[in-house]
Write a protein that binds this ligand. Structure first.
Ligand code: GDP
Ligand code: MN
Length: 471
């Protein structure tokens, strides 16, 4: 330090003794270039060269002295530097990077899987989903992904997913790493025309519905998809060892970092079915679903509408109101879907052939099944999971201060304008009345995820037992 100061002083003294070009020109009348004295030009060049040489020399000294110090600092802090580099060069949104999502949460896991039904061409959309699903949740909890497809998976799809996860989590995950990734094909009988359906008649009905403007009515694959999601996905070989699933779709967004494990929450609070957005159904897709539910009740000697179904029942018309959990997001019990009760109900619905003659979606089917078979307190509204699918968004507003989740990366002001209380969507006055029932349900049965859950989650994280090996 002292040496540098000394040099600086020397250099400024030198400058003070040396007249600058301005001084020289100020004292003398202006002269033509060719008349400028040669001695003056020579003096200036020498001066400049000397200054440059001195500067270079000084910087060389700084580098020589600083280099060992720098290398010691870098070596000692290599882990932090490397991690910072990984964080900032990752493809994740900035907030997520800052939150250090690469740390795997220690402790107990639920027996759960993330289920994604997709096509080979959806790789980009699946990566879009993972870009927020990983940092807000699964980069920490590392539940295995089960990808299902009615066609064989192309190597390119698998590689894209494995590469993305490896990059996000800064570990090497190969396409064959079954701890994290599984790719399955749907059985033919779960994705084809059932023998009891008259295909020609159904195709005619599908065309008619399409003419009436029923979305996807004319797309055979969409009908198969809805039937598969309603009655078969949970029977897939790759899911047989799991108890819980989180359904995730290509091209959705998750906005809020979750500071607890929703599967563990479901388990410890005796929940069976978790939802995040509800919507009214286009009744033209399910004209006879309500009647079929009533017929099933008669067959089973169920004499009054069960309390959960009441929440989605139109008492004036004595029919299903169309209120449904938007099933592109679901956190639920596979055991429930695999139960005899659910299976028998699905078979009854399927026997009507109306997954094809009409265009029954898996969302209203799961919803009426929950209505019929579950107690109101077995449902859970995941208010704290900020989420977008297509043009519908749910973003939590009030709870950030409780410290359970957040901060969320959604535009709350914009969403406030578009949502009614506790995130349920309203489309009409009639629908507002439906929603009032659900507000009453929320008051009576919604189990808040509170700080205590978070604290317990943290304690679980510190448990000394090793995490169980996932199936
Ligand atoms: P929407 O949400 O009702 O508009 O329907 P989507 O097109 O998003 O389909 C719902 C889910 O089924 C998504 O996970 C899709 O990836 C998946 N899906 C839809 N059609 C097919 C299909 O023909 N084959 C496969 N393998 N998946 C499909
Ligand atoms: Mn979708």
């Amino acid at each position: 330090m002292a040496r540098r100061k000394e040099k600086r002083t020397e250099s400024s003294l030198y400058k003070a003794r040396t007249p600058s070009l301005n001084d020289v020109t100020a004292q003398q009348p202006p002269i033509q270039n060719e008349e400028r004295p040669a001695a003056s030009k020579g003096f200036m060049r020498k001066d400049l060269a000397r200054v440059i040489a001195e500067e270079l020399h000084r910087w060389a000294q700084v580098v020589v002295y600083a280099l060992p110090v720098l290398s010691i600092i870098i070596t000692r802090n290599w882990d932090i530097i490397n991690k910072t580099y990984q964080l900032w060069s990752s493809p994740l949104p900035p907030l997520s990077r800052l939150r250090g999502v690469f740390e795997e949460a220690p402790g107990t896991r639920a027996n759960a899987a993330i289920v994604v039904l997709a096509r080979n061409r959806d790789a980009g959309e699946v990566v879009h989903t993972l870009k927020t699903f990983e940092p807000t949740f699964n980069a920490k909890y590392r539940y295995p992904y089960v990808f299902l497809n009615d066609k064989d998976w192309e190597p390119q799809f698998k590689q894209t997913i494995a590469d993305f996860l490896s990059e996000v989590r800064a570990v090497n995950i190969s396409v064959n790493d079954t701890l994290y990734l599984r790719f399955g094909k749907v059985k033919e009988e779960h994705w084809s025309w059932p023998a009891h359906v008259d295909k020609t008649a159904a195709l005619k009905d599908m065309r008619q519905m399409a003419d009436l403007g029923v979305l996807h009515a004319n797309k055979e694959s969409y009908h198969h998809m809805c039937r598969f999601q309603s009655g078969f996905f949970f029977q897939h070989e790759l899911l047989k060892d799991f108890k819980w699933y989180w359904r995730v779709e290509p091209d959705v967004d998750f906005f809020c970092p979750l500071h607890y494990d929703p599967f563990m929450f479901m388990e410890s609070h005796n929940k069976t079915y978790g939802f995040n957005i509800v919507a009214p159904e286009f009744m033209a897709t399910i004209p006879s679903l309500g009647k079929t539910v009533k017929a099933y009740m008669r067959e089973r000697n169920i004499t009054s509408i069960p309390p959960t179904l009441k929440l989605m029942w139109n008492e004036t018309t004595d029919d299903y109101s169309g209120f449904h959990f938007w099933s592109n997001f679901e956190i639920g019990s596979l055991d429930w879907l695999r139960s005899r009760e659910y299976g028998e109900f699905f078979e009854y619905l399927d026997a009507t052939g109306n997954f094809f003659h009409e265009r029954w979606g898996d969302a209203p089917v799961h919803s009426v099944a929950a209505g019929l078979l579950l107690r109101p307190d077995e449902l859970h509204y995941f208010e704290d999971i900020g989420y977008r699918h297509a043009d519908r968004i749910h973003c939590p507003i009030v709870k950030e201060k409780q410290g359970v989740y957040g901060p969320c990366e959604c535009d709350v002001e914009e969403l406030k304008r578009r949502r009614v209380q506790w995130g349920i969507w309203a489309y009409s006055d009639r629908w507002m009345n439906e929603l009032k029932k659900w507000q009453r349900w929320a008051k009576a049965y919604q189990t808040p995820v509170n700080l205590e859950d978070k604290r317990q989650a943290a304690l679980v994280g510190q448990a000394s037992d090793p995490p169980p090996v996932l199936p």
